[in-house]
Design a protein around this ligand. Structure first.
Ligand code: ADP
Ligand code: MG
Length: 283
């Protein structure tokens, strides 16, 4: 039993009000310091437990690294947090709001955006058009507005276009804007994915192996962009296989092993931990 559970039992009769006050205090503290809280998440696929009571917090303003051997459940965790999978148990809170049962677009509205390990195919679109298929887009909404309020739809489209152009410039890839999205390199596509995610102005951005398949030059650029965005206030949770990449960017780093958080520490602590080394060798 945790301390808070024990005090709940002790106070059981006198204090549902007190408990509510405590919950509210915790929620307010979350709003200030913790962007993402994952509590006791569980997810099984048949007999396989992919997420096994995973718990951790991401503090505002940090770049948190999430590492672990292949199949440890890193991508599954992202799918659970961002609402693409339904968890069997546990809770996810974004800025103090319980988002556990929300749809991905609702969670995005609360400020949490994720990218995919394998970016979606963007056939028949230019890079600029692909940018505008925003993660916050809700089907139907703008269609109805097109009849009721065409002027505001036009204005919003103009603004989105301008924002997309600015972000492409920030990322120094505006020269790709009119290229077919299928014609750019895998590395450039990863940068476009990051740029596109930023268009939704996330408070926390979850990146799933952003450096995978990216050449060293673009990889450096990607790291610079993540650092720059972090300095401007975006919090990151970063899955990455490339140790040099993640260790140079992230602090703290958490290690996932068989769906469970094995440890959390500084890059140095993690790299020198026997348990972590064993997990990688065993995996
Ligand atoms: P990681 O990203 O750490 O490499 P994953 O989260 O992709 O690991 O996978 C963790 C485990 O869950 C793996 O054994 C994988 O095969 C399994 N898994 C992931 N998604 C599914 C799914 N949709 N259906 C069945 N098994 C899955
Ligand atoms: Mg993965």
């Amino acid at each position: 039993m945790t301390d808070s559970q024990a005090s709940q039992v002790a106070n059981n009769d006198s204090s549902s009000e007190e408990q509510a006050a405590n919950d509210e205090r915790a929620a307010n503290m979350d709003k200030e310091n913790v962007v993402l809280r994952v509590e006791d998440l569980v997810k099984s696929f048949g007999a396989l437990v992919a997420t096994d009571h995973a718990s951790f917090e991401v503090e505002r303003g940090t770049i948190m690294g999430l590492i672990g051997p292949n199949g440890a459940g890193k991508s599954t965790l992202f799918n659970l947090i961002s609402g693409f999978y339904e968890s069997d148990a546990g809770r996810v809170t974004v800025n103090g709001t319980d988002v556990t049962d929300m749809e991905p677009y609702e969670i995005a509205d609360h400020g949490l955006i994720r990218t995919f390990q394998t970016p979606r195919k963007l056939e028949g679109m230019t890079v600029r058009e692909a940018m505008l298929v925003g993660p916050r887009e809700q089907p139907g909404e703008s269609f109805i507005k097109l009849f009721t309020d065409p002027e505001s739809v036009r204005e919003r489209e103009q603004r989105n276009l301008k924002d997309a152009q600015e972000i492409l410039e920030d990322f120094e890839i505006d020269h790709l804007a009119t290229q077919p999205a299928t014609k750019i390199s895998g590395g450039q596509l990863k940068l476009v994915e990051l740029a596109r995610a930023m268009l939704a102005e996330p408070e926390i951005l979850l990146l799933d192996e952003p450096a995978a398949g990216v050449n060293p030059t673009l990889r450096k650029k990607l790291a610079e962009q993540i650092r720059r965005l972090n300095e401007q206030g975006t919090t990151f949770l970063l899955i990455e296989h490339d140790m040099e990449f993640v260790m140079s960017l992230a602090d703290p780093v958490i290690v996932l092993d068989r769906g469970h958080v094995l440890m959390e520490g500084t890059p140095d602590e993690v790299q020198n931990d026997e348990g972590v080394i064993d997990a990688y060798l065993g995996g």
